[in-house]
Design a protein around this ligand. Structure first.
Ligand code: CDP
Ligand code: MG
Length: 884
């Protein structure tokens, strides 16, 4: 075993730091928990929650005692029989030099942070150190989490091979597959898988060590895991079942973990692993292509391949579709016959298509929606395998065939040396992924076209040239609408440097940045923690799904604001995703209960749909009346911002301006057409969206059709992808529904439109507005204005809305945008009679004498209704029932 002087010094350094910090801590009470002792709860499902609460309430003195008492390492040493080649290769890895330091730190501390450049050997070697030191010698095993599936699978194979052990012993578990056996000692898994395991066994009794890998990615699930484990580890130690936590990061920015006293009362030691890195020459572009950056990438690869000495090329793009398009183009330009992987791609597509099941078209009798009829598995069967898809952002999940845009080869390249082109992204089949680790065929140059999965999770051998488009596909959330969407944005400086670093692993390399140095200067230094980019109702729902009921007390590495968490909880209760807190009792108890509502079965179903909770509710209710394909289309369209071309674009010349007027007239006409007449018009702007999606798909979703009809082509393609993804999600939660979304839909029937309006109301219930009645108008500003429960000022229907002239009495809206006035977008008309039935949680039921108007907005956001009034008695105003 190797020990380094620098390592030993470093160790002494952090020992001192630790002592100092411990002293500082003694003088301050860091117990921030506000809980009182919880009452005995006999329900079994509450057990885990309780355990966690107790863990959080641990008094500091106790915890420190426990931490200091942590038993030293297991006594056994487990020999590993490695091949000489492997042994030799390992010795070159920087992390080997720190083995003793790492193991000593692990022995003496419950939690340890390890920082080291990608490729320094953290992921492959640290589990082996622990194995050899006997951490898996008993019945307990070593667990490692990865934010990405690719890494979990490929790393488990790699480690098994290095240790000369079977995959029965070094195994992996990801969302739908795994090879874990009773012999498993080292288990690689995605963070989502471990989160689900925590839900089943809060103490994680199977594990002696948990390694959280790639913590720098700051995925929501990794963050939550670290928060949870900061409580689980002391709890395990206290119970005499010691457990270790290792957090591994590729960057040195770990203060969010180490300097966060809410998280770790004693800051964990940080061990830095020196990188072995050859110099990488950075080449910036003079100009920055804004539109066709993939074209620019193609040209750059052609140039490198034709002019520069041998060495693999690694290309960073943003998403799966881009990766495939570029691979296709490159294969055409530099054909490589044997082992060309084009056919594999086709297999993959058909495999995805096979997943769709044709639903039996059954007609049900009543065209009304039922709030208790939603897509959810029975509570106990829980979809245990569901994996948090976060971290797979580049795989926004196109499961519908997007069609093949004819890739024209502009550059005639010299095809004498074949280019061995390989795609790499998270959802690629494992056999395909494994190809990037094998040497490319003799006489070829390897070219790996990857998403940011190749940035830190995987080290691809033999890369000398990196081509970086500078962009990344990220999930974005609109705080106003709670809408989540995927957008391509500039990456951060830290990420760009990680990408460049991939070129210098084995020899000096070059990185071609397809943007100017000025643009690079404008990049943010680090990527933000995902948690700060998320709407919290979404996050709170996910945590409740993990039975973390008291989200406000949760030790987040970076915490959302308390107000945001409380508001999220309230919204989720009103959506039916969380159990309603008791309305009577002692004030303090009620207050507590209001902030720790447990999840409902509906909430569990909603948590599995990758959209904001309001839309998730619509999806859950959508199976009624065969509405699901329409609900999916509407939700997808609402999630993608701006499906229409901007009609107000200023014109330059007179000629252009008259053309623009013509065009505007045509587009307005199209919208009117899509909105339809009578019943369908009442679905309003959502009907326009549905009509646009339907018409566009019917025409084959071509750029030409979109251009002619004022639709944004990119938006339409994105909607198509999202429809595929949402269809899979609904099928996974509720397989017996078996929806099949054909891109081409027939328009909904009148009955279905009524149901759609009800479903939309159930989801957007807190976005309700009532037209101010003529007799109530005292101030002219209220003319044509609407009142919402929370805003004091009037809001208006936007002139481009399908319902601008109709002015229905009651509407729900998607969002409010403030321009010259406060305008509602995405408006649908609803019937007043539906409110008490579909939104009872917002209603205050009183006698007609109490409030003369049937519906009033109060400052608290409740809606006053008369339970006894006639309109409530009449119930649903629905079209006549049609029997088969
Ligand atoms: O986790 P970290 O980025 O620090 O490094 P690692 O993933 O453990 O990789 C250590 C070394 O193993 C790298 O230099 C890779 O080239 C090599 N490796 C490999 O050859 N094949 C794999 N499937 C995985 C890693
Ligand atoms: Mg790694």
């Amino acid at each position: 075993k190797i020990s380094s002087v620098s390592g030993a010094n470093r160790k002494r350094k952090w020992k001192e730091d630790e002592e100092e910090e411990q002293k500082a801590e003694e003088s301050s009470d860091l117990d921030t928990s506000s809980d009182e002792e919880e009452e005995e709860e006999d329900q079994e499902e509450k057990e885990q929650h309780k355990t966690e609460q107790n863990g959080q309430n641990e008094k500091i003195s106790d915890q420190e005692k426990v931490e200091n008492k942590t038993p030293s390492q297991p006594a056994v040493f487990i020999p590993v029989d490695r091949s000489p080649e492997i042994q030799e290769a390992r010795l070159k890895l920087p992390v080997l030099a720190e083995e003793q330091v790492i193991m000593e730190a692990v022995r003496e501390n419950p939690c340890v942070v390890i920082c080291g450049e990608t490729g320094s050997g953290k992921t492959t070697q640290v589990p082996q150190f622990l194995y050899e030191a006997g951490y898996a010698s008993g019945s307990e095993i070593i667990g490692i989490t990865e934010p990405r599936r690719v890494a979990a699978v490929s790393m488990s194979h790699r480690v098994a091979k290095e240790m000369n052990l079977s995959t029965r012993v070094v195994s992996y578990q990801i969302r739908y597959e795994g090879n874990v056996t009773s012999d498993t000692k080292i288990k690689f898994m995605t963070d989502g898988v471990l989160l689900k395991e925590i839900q089943k066994d809060f103490l994680l009794q199977r594990y002696s060590v948990i390694i959280i890998d790639e913590a720098h990615e700051r995925s929501v699930y990794t963050d939550i895991l670290i928060g949870l484990l900061s409580r689980i580890v002391p709890l395990r130690n206290k119970k005499g079942m010691p457990m270790k936590l290792l957090v591994m990061s590729a960057t040195l920015r770990v203060e969010d973990f180490t300097d966060n006293t809410k998280l770790f009362r004693t800051p964990p030691p940080v061990i830095k692993v020196d990188a072995r890195q050859f110099p990488v020459t950075i080449h910036f572009n003079k100009r920055t292509p804004m539109e066709d950056y993939t074209g620019e990438v193609f040209h750059k690869i052609c140039k490198i391949h034709r002019m520069l000495p041998p060495g693999g090329i690694l290309v960073f793009l943003t998403g799966q579709a881009e990766v495939h398009n570029l691979c296709r183009k490159l294969r055409k330009a530099f054909p490589y016959r044997k082992g060309n992987t084009t056919t594999d791609e086709d297999e993959e597509t058909s495999e995805t298509m096979r997943k769709f099941k044709k639903a039996k078209q059954k007609k049900t009798s009543l065209p009304r929606i039922d709030l208790d009829n939603y897509s959810a598995l029975p509570v106990d069967e829980g979809d245990e395998d569901r994996e948090a898809g976060i971290g797979d952002e580049e795989d926004e999940g196109s499961d519908l065939d997007i069609g093949d845009d004819p890739a024209s080869i502009e550059e005639k390249a010299d095809p004498s040396i074949p280019l061995y082109v390989l795609p790499l992204y998270s959802l690629l089949a494992p056999e395909q992924q494994a190809k990037v680790f094998r040497p490319s065929p003799h006489g070829t140059r390897a070219c790996v076209v990857a998403t940011n999965v190749a940035e830190t999770s995987l080290t691809i051998p033999g890369i000398k040239y990196v081509v970086d488009c500078g962009r990344v596909k990220k999930r974005f959330y609109d705080r106003v609408t709670g809408v989540s969407s995927f957008r391509v944005t500039w990456t951060s400086q830290a990420s760009a440097n990680q990408r460049a670093g991939r070129a210098g692993r084995t020899e000096p390399g070059h990185c071609y940045r397809l943007y100017s140095s000025a643009v690079f200067g404008d990049f943010s230094l680090f990527s933000e923690a995902e948690i700060t980019r998320r709407p919290v109702e979404d996050l709170v729902l996910q945590m409740k799904d993990l039975n973390i009921d008291k989200v406000v007390n949760f030790p987040f590495p970076t915490s959302p604001s308390a107000e945001a968490l409380v508001a999220a909880e309230q919204l989720l209760v009103s959506l039916g995703a969380l159990k309603e807190p008791p309305r009577t009792g002692r004030v303090k108890e009620m207050e507590q209960a209001r902030l720790s509502c447990p999840i409902t079965p509906l909430g569990r179903a909603m948590a599995s749909f990758p959209v904001a909770p309001r839309y998730a509710k619509m999806l859950a209710l959508g199976r009624q009346q065969d509405c699901l394909p329409y609900v999916i289309a509407v939700v997808a369209a609402m999630t993608v911002r701006e499906i229409f071309e901007d009609l107000d674009r200023p014109a330059c010349s007179e000629d252009e301006s008259s053309k623009l007027i013509q065009r505007r007239a045509r587009l307005t006409q199209m919208r009117r057409l899509w909105a339809g007449q009578g019943a369908s018009l009442l679905l309003g702007d959502l009907m326009v969206m549905l009509g646009a999606v339907g018409a566009c798909e019917f025409a084959g979703c071509t750029p030409k059709f979109c251009e002619e009809n004022g639709l944004r082509y990119k938006a339409m393609v994105e909607i198509r992808r999202l429809r595929g993804q949402l269809t899979n999600a609904v099928n996974a939660v509720c397989p017996e529904v078996g929806v099949f979304v054909n891109p081409k839909m027939t328009p909904p029937t009148e009955h279905q439109v009524v149901c759609l309006r009800q479903i939309v109301l159930a989801g957007l219930g807190d976005h309700l507005a009532r037209r101010v009645q003529a007799e109530d108008i005292l101030d002219p500003k209220w003319k044509n204005g609407y009142k919402t429960p929370l805003l004091d000022d009037p809001v208006y229907i936007h002139p481009t809305s399908a319902l601008f002239k109709t002015l229905p009495d009651f509407i729900v809206y998607q969002e409010i945008m403030e321009t010259t006035k406060m305008y509602m977008r995405g408006v649908s008309a609803i019937e007043a009679e539906w409110i008490p039935e579909l939104l009872p949680q917002y209603c205050h039921f009183g006698s007609p004498l109490e409030s003369p108007s049937p519906w009033l907005c109060s400052s608290t956001g409740t809606i006053k209704c008369h339970r006894s009034s006639t309109f409530f008695r009449v119930g649903w105003q629905l079209p006549a029932v049609e029997m088969e």
